[in-house]
Design a protein around this ligand. Structure first.
Ligand code: HEM
Length: 406
């Protein structure tokens, strides 16, 4: 048994459902009704109350209004993320504004250049997918969330960081504990401290002797004679788990549900792999893994014809925006053949997802290899049908499938 195999086995004991937030099966009819009442609305009670202490809370449901708010970063600040993430992760790029954000992003973006992606694809992502599939390919059945979509993106990050294989199990477990911090706060904060303590020596070691991994790239990245300090690199490494792994695991689950529920579209992709990129974009539009983004108004302003006072909170519904019927016909349908139009699953403006190329690559390679190696992949007819759930994040808690064993 190899190191990585035993590490992945120990992870299987973890209760994945623990990290699925919310039971909502289908929030979309309510979101569509809300959007028809107004693309931007003040809310009182519910979310409005949770975000108390501000001048008011506004929901953004329309696509164009969401894009406009996300692009107006001077008017709509990201700093309110610190209220939620600060204790667990520290000062993360997601919560920075203006000059500080531009400097920090320019430095970390160097590690995500296309050249790095090519190397990760060949040396790291493709072999990892095969290792995961090897573990269940002979069985003729699998539960793809537990056995594939959850461990895959976390293990990609572990390997990108250059962590030793023997630590993969611990890293998976701590990562899931951190990701599910809103379900169990104490456990999440403890995981964050443990991960900081675990990762810090790697940063120090790579400063002394850079290697061929992401931590080394971050250590040597330079912009206008400035470099990232340890206290900047650590929060970024922690952020990679919710921002990079959780979103990708959920998005991949949603993509697989979409294809398995629509066998004719699955067959189309099986026969013509060129269709995969549009199958991926349509899944991200149809069921974005992350539903809500937050901003705070820095000045009195207007959005979608609604006046918003300085200090107000904005909650942007990516889910509602991605099914805006003024932009997409029959928005509730998953249709990979529809005309391509940009969606907001990756956000927009200066904070546009930094890992979007990596996420797309992981999803494409995963589906390609699953289709190559699992002949006649289909939903397990004896199991409960997979359902996508959640209000803040959405994905299937389980995905039982069967396939031929060749
Ligand atoms: C399908 C998968 C993914 C989705 C849907 C997604 C979604 C998003 C969204 C919506 C934002 C913007 C947040 C905001 O404006 O408030 C964001 C930012 C970010 N994402 Fe992703 N993401 C995904 C995968 C990844 C991956 C794989 C990585 C890296 C390994 C990553 C790293 C980041 C980072 C660092 C930011 C912050 C950028 C900034 O603040 O300038 N994401 N992502």
């Amino acid at each position: 048994m190899t190191d990585s195999r035993s590490a992945l086995d120990s992870f299987n004991a973890f209760d994945v459902e623990d990290s699925i937030i919310g039971e909502a099966l289908d929030p979309y009819p309510e979101l569509a009704a809300a959007r028809r009442r107004g693309s931007v609305q003040r809310v009182d009670g519910g979310l409005g109350e949770t975000l108390a202490g501000s001048a008011g809370t506004y929901m953004v449901y329309g696509h164009d209004q969401a894009v406009s708010a996300l692009r107006s970063a001077d008017t709509f600040s990201s700093a309110s993320y610190l209220d939620v993430l600060g204790d667990v992760m520290g000062r993360v790029v997601l919560a920075m504004d203006g000059k500080e954000h531009r400097r920090h992003r320019a430095l970390i973006a160097q590690a995500f250049r296309p050249r790095a992606l090519q190397r990760w694809e060949r040396e790291l992502i493709a072999p990892l997918i095969d290792e995961l599939i090897d573990r269940f390919v002979a069985e003729g059945r699998a539960e793809l969330v537990r056995q594939f979509t959850v461990p895959f993106p976390i293990a990609v990050i572990a390997r990108m960081l250059g962590l030793p294989r023997r630590d993969t199990g611990m890293f998976l477990r701590r990562s899931l504990e951190l990701i599910s911090v809103s379900v169990n706060w104490e456990r999440g904060v403890e995981a964050s401290q443990a991960l900081r303590a675990y990762l810090k020596p790697f940063i120090e070691a790579r400063r002394r002797e850079p290697r061929d991994d992401l931590i080394s790239e971050l250590v040597i990245a330079e912009e206008e004679a400035e470099r990232l300090s340890d206290e900047e690199i650590l929060p970024f490494l922690l952020l990679l788990l919710p921002a990079g792994a959780e979103t990708t695991m959920r998005a991949l689950g949603n993509l697989l549900v979409a294809l398995l529920r629509h066998p004719s579209q699955l067959n189309a992709v099986r026969d013509d792999r060129q269709l995969l990129p549009q199958a991926i974009e349509e899944a991200l539009r149809w069921e974005p893994p992350l539903l809500l983004l937050a901003r705070r108004a820095t000045r009195d302003t207007q959005l979608g014809g609604v006046s918003i006072a300085a200090g107000s909170n904005l909650v942007i519904s990516l889910a509602a925006a991605n099914r805006d019927d003024t932009r997409w016909g029959h928005p509730d349908r998953y249709d990979l053949h529809r005309e391509a139009q940009s969606h907001v699953a990756f956000g927009s403006g200066p904070h546009l997802c930094l890992g979007l190329h990596l996420a797309r690559l992981e999803m494409r390679l995963a589906v390609e290899r699953l289709l190559d190696r699992l002949p006649d992949l289909r939903v397990d007819p004896d199991a409960e049908p997979a359902q996508i759930r959640g209000e803040i994040f959405r994905s299937p808690p389980s995905l039982p499938v069967i396939f031929g064993t060749g």
